[in-house]
Design a protein around this ligand. Sequence first.
Ligand code: SF4
Ligand code: SF4
Length: 363
Amino acid sequence: MKQLLILSGKGGTGKTTIASAFIKLAEARAYADCDVDAPNLHLISGWNSEPASSDFYGLPIAELSTDLCIQCDSCRQHCRFDAISFDEEYKVNTYACEGCGVCEYVCPVGAIKMVPAVSGELMLYSGADEAFSTAQLRMGSGTSGLLVTEVKNRMKSAAPDAKFAIIDGSPGIGCPVIASISGVDMVLVVAEPSISGISDMERIIDTAAKFGTKTAVCVNKFDTNLENTKKIEDFCAKHDLPFVGTIPFDSDAVKAINDGLTIVDMDCASGRAVRKIYSAVMELLFEGGEPEISAVGGDEQKGGCMPCAEGTEGGCTSCATITEGACTPCVGITDVQNCGYNPLKELLNKTEEQKNDENSCCK
Ligand code: SF4
Ligand code: SF4
């Protein structure tokens, strides 16, 4: 299973908007929301059924028995996280407890035990040959990396035959991001053209580089600051990172999300831009091998395949390099007959006899 992870250095860059568009274009059979602090991919993923939910147990926390406690104060003194307090009796603050187990170790009478604690809720939407895995971290829990790993594992288990998976990652560079990157084939970084956005982008690229993961960059709302967009492009060129495109600020994108749609469900500037980025990312992800999924998205487009959406009449620029029966972006499309590029259809509809005749050196 090839895994594409979509990340951003901070929240609010449009990462989930792009992930949901990619899921739609790829007709993905396996996808996950690893932003366990604030998951929201489920809001636009179109599932009407209820997910199968289960508790997630992270690190254990301390449980103190006041019946056994002899009030020696040792646990409170040794807790580095100030999670134990005394007010007539000793108490553990479960939000502050980090599960280190020191209190259990030092208690002379065995009044403290480490017990499993629910630190989040796992949710799995599954249908015929399709799975969407997500989770919500419980407030105050610090085991987000473990939860992210479990989200990914459940996605893979629920769709074992899926050839391709899209993962919406967490913002930032913390524990859940590290857990998200582990094992994926490629990271798409969504950058924002601001000073802080560039700094965040550099940090997330650095993080991905530590894993040796193939990384590409795109810029969302690029037209809000062209100078910074250029800086991001230059940064990518300098560090030999594929720069796969830009997306304009688009009020229609907000409307789409508020209507529970992806930006490729409607004809809008951001949707058209994302389609191009999707194609570029698929080429990078599957370079050296045939795409095993739609390379241009599942929707039949007016006037041709996806690149044709902005092409001239009669075919997109990409189609100019048609080789055998399909232009490069079309490779992988299940039914190339659906391509609106008429010359391509003609070629496909030609009989073997006609083709042989044209290829004959005697004609
Ligand atoms: S397990 Fe560690 S953090 Fe939790 S109360 Fe005990 S000493 Fe403090
Ligand atoms: S170390 Fe054990 S006995 Fe001492 S105060 Fe803590 S719980 Fe009570």
